[in-house]
Ligand binder design. Structure first.
Ligand code: PLP
Length: 387
């Protein structure tokens, strides 16, 4: 069997059109965008063009984009960068139990320094309850961060309602929209800050952005990095022009092809689910299928260690937890947060279908999984008889 990549929540391949757009900026157009000469102006123009592409795809202003090394830095800048300016108003922060570590650990860092943190649970579908969130907002709450779509179970959060509730209480709202950008329609009117990254939308690794809305009262951010004062002093460091061009092109393509990509990946995801459910007993879906990213599937195959299964299926690239934490072996906190037992979490697999996957690939993956599950289950039946 040829290898099949079904891990598009971890990362995506760079689209050849993105590679082509970036190519000149590694070579002849190598200038520093801050230089006051022809090479610099050429680079600065490419950065401005990328800003315009990103702004058009997200529906924000070009001046609201702060380029970062990725979403980890964007999340950290949103949280750690806003906390000092908010400290006089309060030190209470609200988030959800299924956030990416880039958000949770940044907030825990603030907690270790004396801030108070409310971590909201999710319901059995994997969604934050808006009434619980409203109840958690206090007079001293200064920032709420809830992700737009989850990287493990693909559930889409009611960020429109959450951000509106925050705005009513004068609480800043940040969302990690890494998995949502390019995959679902997004309206960012009541959102204050939004993180995104290129490598989840067929762009290069090492570049992302924090969108900081220009609104009244102004959002005051302190930089995490000090240096040459680039990007209005918010993020010092020479701009990586080729990567920025890649992010711009990836955003433009994701926006123009979103519906077509979503239809394609959802069709394949549904086929994958249909076949696995029909051919494997005791298989359940983790999280709701209603409000979910179109290419995401996360299933629990009772009694089968997901890690053992994926080791056997060397040609199938899927994941047992989120890619960012798969070096660790404890059960996924997102799955535990849904109410799964540790054994069920260890028996769960995440699939992320991408725009270039084919029906033939999905069928080949299903055939292979069904066969291996039978083998692993017959081993464990045999083992338990021996004991
Ligand atoms: N947030 C979410 C939801 C993610 O899925 C990831 C990456 O896996 C990140 C943040 C971190 O992004 P980056 O790799 O650009 O730092």
């Amino acid at each position: 069997m040829a290898r099949v990549y079904l891990d598009h929540h971890a990362t995506t391949p760079v689209d050849p059109r993105v590679e082509e757009a970036m190519a000149p900026y590694w070579g002849q157009a190598f200038g520093n965008a801050a230089s006051a000469h022809i090479f610099g102006w050429e680079a600065a123009e490419a950065v401005e063009n990328a800003r315009a592409q990103i702004a058009a795809s997200i529906a924000c202003k070009p001046s609201e984009i702060v380029f970062t090394s990725g979403a980890t830095e964007a999340d950290n800048l949103a949280i750690l960068g806003s906390a000092p300016g908010l400290a006089r108003r309060g030190r209470h922060f609200v988030t959800s139990a299924i956030e990416h570590p880039a958000v949770l650990d940044a907030l825990r860092h603030l907690e270790a320094q004396g801030a108070e943190l409310s971590i909201l649970p999710v319901d059995s579908e994997g969604r934050v309850r808006v009434d619980e969130l409203k109840a958690a907002l206090r007079d001293d709450t200064v920032l709420c961060s809830v992700m737009w779509a989850n990287n493990e179970i693909g559930t889409i959060q009611p960020v429109g309602e959450i951000s509106a509730a925050c705005r009513e209480r004068g609480v800043l709202f940040h969302t990690d929209a890494v998995q949502a950008v390019g995959r679902i329609p997004m309206a960012i009117d009541s959102i204050d800050m939004l993180s995104l990254t290129a490598h989840k939308i067929y762009g290069p690794k090492g570049i992302g952005a924090l969108i900081v809305r220009r609104r009244t009262p102004r959002i005051h951010l302190q930089p995490l990095l000090f240096g040459g004062g680039h990007q209005d002093g918010l993020r010092s460091g020479t701009l990586p022009v080729a990567l920025i061009v890649g992010l711009g092109e990836a955003c433009a393509l994701a926006a123009s092809e979103r519906e077509q990509r979503a239809r394609h990946v959802q069709e394949l995801r549904d086929h994958l689910l249909y076949r696995l459910q029909a051919e494997i007993e005791d298989l359940t879906v983790n999280g709701t299928l209603r409000e979910r990213l179109p290419g995401n599937l996360n299933v629990c195959i009772q009694g089968v260690e997901a890690e053992a299964l994926l080791l056997e299926l060397r040609e199938v690239a899927a994941s047992t937890g989120s890619a960012c934490s798969s070096a660790e072996h404890h059960p996924s906190s997102v799955l535990l947060g849904l109410g799964l037992s540790p054994d069920e979490a260890h028996a769960s697999i995440r699939f992320g279908v991408g725009k270039d996957n084919t029906l033939e690939e999905i069928d080949a993956v299903c055939d292979a999984i069904v066969k291996k599950v039978e083998v692993l289950r017959s081993f464990s039946r045999h083992d338990s008889r021996e004991r």
